[in-house]
Design a protein. Structure first.
Length: 383
């Protein structure tokens, strides 16, 4: 059923009770912008695993991580995966990789395959930092004592590593594995499960029940392997380290509880037709998951997802905050939810909205409306 939620502007016909100064422009039909209140349930796209649903399934009814992921990804089989993953690091300054010097530090050329152990002293002085910068078809490796000095210029991209010891970006986070400089930027190359150690506490709370964290480990590992297998040609990385992919914080994000979840699920992934699945997940589906377009991402009721903390969440927007996203609408007159998917509370998630202004109107998808206003989810009502 369509729900029409209109919000009339207060139109004030201004009659000149006091004549304006001769030099001032006439005050024509000024309008106060309307306001709307949008109330959401859940947080995220609602596809696949619900993190808060997994939390309640583990805490309230004692479901195991396998039971949890099998619910959220039906029609799948279990598999295993390993190898390395390449993660684009947003913390590194553009165009260089600079790490703190340490014993055991090595440089490796991807162009000729050579590896060098980096000295801790040069010119009788202690080396404080090592740096990789681009140099045409080569990489320039430099060191810093009291000032920067060039050291070698190997072919192709170059990376820095310290065996099993972590590397610290200059003034930034610490990472395991190697850090290489590519055309895309600084890329952390490390083992798949080592990568997961830096992911889990960024996606769920380390204080959550063990099986909730383990279910996230399986989802996150599967998601990473799927992305690794579907990298666009020529791209130098598999994943980023932000919520656009999945959050990754390196060594600083590791905890004993999340490390234990990685170990308990070592290498485990979910497959469909023998291939890793697109294991999407979100914080909370608001009580009903969304059809993600795959046989294992289905729309169904989720009685264990009681919503995101402080749900239902209401936010009020002025008319200007709504209409600024579409040129030529004028002042806001109304917002009408014209379509829902029929799955979940209030008729389900919003799939289409009609925004009407004094100068025109526009249809937007529920996802567009959510994005423009920064809403938690498309499971919303307007009042």
């Amino acid at each position: 059923m369509l729900r029409r939620l209109a919000f009339s502007l207060v139109a004030t016909a201004v009659t000149a009770l006091i004549a304006p100064p001769a030099q001032a422009a006439p005050d024509h039909d000024r309008r106060e912008p309307a306001s709307i209140t949008v109330t959401t349930l859940g947080n995220g796209h609602g596809k696949g695993l619900s993190q808060y649903g997994a939390y309640h399934r583990a805490k309230d009814v004692g479901q195991t991580y396998r039971e949890i992921v099998e619910h959220y990804y039906p029609n799948t089989a279990w598999g295993t995966a390993g190898g390395t993953i390449r993660v684009l690091l947003t913390a590194a300054p553009e165009g260089s990789v600079v790490v703190a010097a340490r014993s055991g530090l090595k440089a490796h050329s991807l162009g000729n395959g050579r590896t060098w152990t980096l000295p801790t002293k040069r010119d009788g002085k202690t080396v404080k930092k090592w740096r990789v910068t681009p140099a045409g078809a080569r990489s320039l490796i430099s060191y810093r004592t009291t000032s920067w000095r060039d050291w070698k210029k190997p072919k192709g991209d170059a990376e820095l590593s310290a065996g099993n010891q972590p590397l610290t970006l200059d003034g930034g986070p610490t990472y395991r594995g190697a850090i290489r400089l590519t055309d895309a930027g600084a890329v952390n190359v490390l083992g798949l499960d080592t990568y997961l150690r830096g992911v889990l506490s960024q996606e769920v709370f380390a204080s959550w029940p063990a099986d909730a964290i383990r279910s996230q480990a399986v989802a996150a590992r599967t998601y990473a392997v799927f992305e690794r297998g579907n990298v666009p040609a020529g791209r130098d990385y598999d994943l980023c380290d932000t919520a656009a992919c999945q959050m990754y914080g390196g060594v600083g994000a590791e905890t004993s509880a999340t490390d234990a979840a990685v170990k308990a699920t070592a290498g485990e992934i979910l497959t469909y037709g023998g291939a890793p699945i697109f294991a999407q997940f979100s914080a909370s589906n608001g009580g009903y998951s969304v059809d993600g377009g795959y046989p294992y991402l289905v729309a169904e009721e989720d009685p264990y997802d009681h919503g995101y903390p402080d749900d239902p969440h209401a936010t009020t927007f002025t008319g200007d905050q709504v209409t600024r996203h579409w040129a030529g609408l004028g002042d806001l007159v109304s917002v009408e939810v014209t379509e829902r998917d029929g799955n979940g509370p209030n008729g389900g998630r919003v799939t289409e909205v009609l925004v009407t202004g004094t100068e025109g109107s526009v249809h937007a998808t529920g996802s567009q409306f959510r994005s423009y206003l920064g809403l938690r989810s498309t499971l919303f009502t307007v009042s």
